[in-house]
Design a protein around this ligand. Structure first.
Ligand SMILES: [Zn+2]
Ligand SMILES: [Zn+2]
Ligand SMILES: [Zn+2]
Ligand SMILES: [Zn+2]
Length: 390
């Protein structure tokens, strides 16, 4: 059973993967694309302007009329002298909300407009923050998706899943146990390769997978450098180089110029975002940069990474934003993070979270357990602690 390699990432941050993960991430992209082209079904809760495209023709008409009206109303009146016309197009370059016929009018009006201008800016910032939070606190997809063998959700806990260094597939450890306990010479169910016999063979296989741009293999390797695992001289710089590389891959994918060469790739990328966030938060191989740390944590958390979600909760709690902290912990608990559940319990006992918060967190953690529990996984976990899955 040693033949399966539990990716080191898993233990420190979180790994993810398997079919649905990618599907989830791609799904997200696909949704965006659909919204833009106005074809798809309305799955998103948000009400961006592009959502309007998929609304009925009648709605479209009304929206069109409203837009025309407001354009006619707003356009081309000098806020200073009241002059109207197409040549009134000198816009306040701070708020972009008022127009002037020329620079002189703009200058004259500056003092009067100052307060309004600040208000416009404040409202715009508020709206941006609101939209951001809607996305941030939306229930994320399961980072690991379903096991391709038993079709049950892959557990969040590292020991509940494993990465096949032969072909890069991820499956649950219940299925590994199921396959290998019956036949110790069993082949990989995906690529029919015999399982590796030694650490050297594992390192060799991982090297090959890195050459093939396997994002999980690259990420694992980054983690090995970060943690100074056997065969990897400890180096934060080297680790970050590798982790950042994943981020680059992702950007390339987003731009549509390339695709990771197998479905598991996306999960490697999500873990990498979490890892980069951690590096920025703790200054591992880079200068500490809390803003960048939050940026990467949020990317990872929105894609379902539980570790990043948990860390966001901790950071909010540390600066006293209990509401936001509880929201993060709640999502993490619903994705199987019992640490977050315990924190909510603790916050409840201190009066920083409500009884309802704690009850809800408990319920969503139970719902998660309902999704991942199986007899085979229980059997595997009873056989060895290495296969414990919750
Ligand atoms: Zn004017
Ligand atoms: Zn202004
Ligand atoms: Zn399975
Ligand atoms: Zn394989």
């Amino acid at each position: 059973m040693k033949d399966f390699h539990n990716s080191p990432i898993i233990s420190t941050s979180s790994i993810n993967t398997v079919s649905n993960d990618i599907d989830n991430t791609t799904l997200k992209d696909a949704n965006d694309a659909t919204t833009e082209s106005g074809v798809g079904s309305k799955t998103s809760r948000g009400t961006s302007t592009s959502d309007c495209v998929s609304k009925s023709n009648n709605t479209l008409k009304v929206i069109g009329q409203l837009q025309n009206m407001s354009t006619a109303d707003v356009v081309s009146v000098c806020a200073n002298c009241g002059k109207e016309g197409d040549d009134v197009k000198n816009v306040c370059n701070k708020c972009n909300q008022v127009k002037y016929c020329n620079a002189a009018c703009k200058k004259k009006h500056r003092h009067k407009h100052k307060k309004d201008c600040e208000e416009h800016l404040r409202l715009a910032a508020e709206q941006t923050a609101k939209l951001h939070d809607e996305k941030l606190f939306k229930k994320p997809p399961s980072q690991y998706g379903d096991c391709p063998i038993c079709f049950l959700r892959i557990p969040t806990l590292a020991s509940g899943r494993s990465y096949n260094s032969c072909c890069g597939q991820i499956m649950c450890t219940g299925c590994i146990y199921g396959i290998r306990s019956k036949n110790t010479d069993a082949l990989c169910p995906f690529c029919r390769t015999p399982y590796r016999k030694s650490e050297e063979e594992l390192a060799e296989r991982e090297k090959k997978r890195i050459e093939n741009n396997d994002l999980i293999a690259i990420y694992n390797s980054g983690c090995n450098y970060r943690d100074g695992n056997p065969g990897y001289p400890q180096s934060y710089t080297k680790a970050l180089e590798l982790l950042s590389m994943l981020e680059l891959f992702h950007r390339v994918v987003e731009l549509g110029n390339a695709k990771p060469n197998h479905r598991e790739g996306q999960s490697g990328h999500i873990d990498a975002c979490s890892g980069i966030g951690y590096a920025y938060e703790h200054g591992r191989g880079v200068e500490v940069d809390k803003i960048k740390a939050t940026y990467y944590y949020e990317l990872a958390a929105m894609a379902g990474n539980v570790q990043a979600r948990h860390n966001l909760g901790i950071n909010e709690e540390n600066v006293g934003n209990m509401d936001r902290a509880v929201k993060h912990y709640m999502i993490a608990a619903g994705s199987g993070d019992d640490d977050s559940l315990m924190i909510i319990k603790d916050l409840y006992s201190k009066g920083d979270a409500t009884k309802e918060d704690y009850t809800k967190a408990l319920q969503s953690y139970q719902a998660y357990l309902g999704e991942i529990k199986s007899d085979q996984r229980d059997e595997a976990a009873a056989f060895t602690e290495q296969y414990r899955y919750y």
